[in-house]
Design a protein around this ligand. Sequence first.
Ligand SMILES: Nc1ccn([C@@H]2O[C@H](COP(=O)(O)OP(=O)(O)OP(=O)(O)O)[C@@H](O)[C@H]2O)c(=O)n1
Ligand SMILES: C[C@](O)(CO)[C@H](O)COP(=O)(O)O
Length: 380
Amino acid sequence: MPRTALILVAAGKGERAGGDIPKQYRLLSGKPLLHHTLFNLQKAYNFDVFCVVIRPDDKNIRSVLADLCLDAKIITGGQTRTESVRNGLRALENSKVDHVYIHDAARPFVSRKLLSGLAKALLSSPAAAPVLPISDALKTLSGEAVDREGLRRVQTPQAFHYSEILQAFNALPTDESRADDIAVAQEKGLAITLTQGDERNFKLTYPADFAKAEQMMQTDSYIATGSGFDVHQFEEGNPLWLCGVSIDCGFTLKGHSDADAGLHALTDALLGALAYGDIGDHFPPSDPKWKGAASDKFLLFALEKMAERGGVLQHVDVTLICEKPKIKPHREKMRERIAELCQLPLTRVSVKATTTEKLGFAGRGEGLAAQAVATVKLPL
Ligand SMILES: Nc1ccn([C@@H]2O[C@H](COP(=O)(O)OP(=O)(O)OP(=O)(O)O)[C@@H](O)[C@H]2O)c(=O)n1
Ligand SMILES: C[C@](O)(CO)[C@H](O)COP(=O)(O)O
């Protein structure tokens, strides 16, 4: 198997797209455009090395990579796309790479099919690029008809045998740029294989492209609602942990971990939305490893699984059912802690409390119950 690298160029200004920030960081479906592109690339192909080429003032790349649990080389780009690609290619010189795929951060809808077409082409060709036919009539600005039969629109990723494309970029005068990477390859005499492009793999260039991409993401995703429920008995001790907050009330909750019923219910709600079992499957009470464990670990595990599936948490709602302790004095702190753990704005985190009118185990003050609902947007 050839050792394969991906260079993602994300060092542009995004001027044609408008807005206050470079387009690669504009939010689509709650995540930066760059996140979606990297997520889809990870899903579509098993690259050995990732290299992301960024602007010198980029402060956000590390959090995007952390969110995706992706280890990538981070390289600074140049004034033109060509210069950015060259910097990426040179950064791979010691990575023992056979093949390299060069992709625009601005094309989030890259697919497995498109990438496997390129991989197949590289078996017999040093360079390959996906193309599409033109369906509109073509005219020059003076109105003369242009024959569209021999013309194609070229997309990225464009894929190459690494040493050959590196030589081609090294041979190009440093102050010159080209529209794409196959143009550089052609100048060096490399044969190009054209593969099947994909209409969905369009480049977000103008403001209206963001509305179109948002709509495509809506139809490519579904909303999952998960619910969770947990009960713990009171016992002697102090403090009591609830929704990630320590309450100094002179009694505590009995359990194998810290017995935080609020976070347990929330963890189960998230796992429910992912249809990924329950907290007991992943953290069995029989395992001494979890004795006294802080329950934020369990919640962070479920959040990580959600991120791996490309999920985006929309909202959580926790209800605590107890006569004691009084929840109201701690409620805002609980919301803040959950918001922090889930990286949600406070307006998307609800914590409520109720009694059971002295009925049942909660009414008798023997313990408390918690239930939670989590709403998650997931790719189809
Ligand atoms: N100096 C540059 C210019 C562009 N790009 C990247 O090349 C891709 C395709 O370029 P384009 O759509 O033209 O992006 P921008 O240059 O950012 O857009 P604009 O020309 O509107 O400013 C983008 O992912 C962009 O970030 C880059 O890495 N370095
Ligand atoms: C590389 C490219 O996406 C291939 O279609 C395109 O040439 C980039 O052009 P831009 O003017 O930098 O957007």
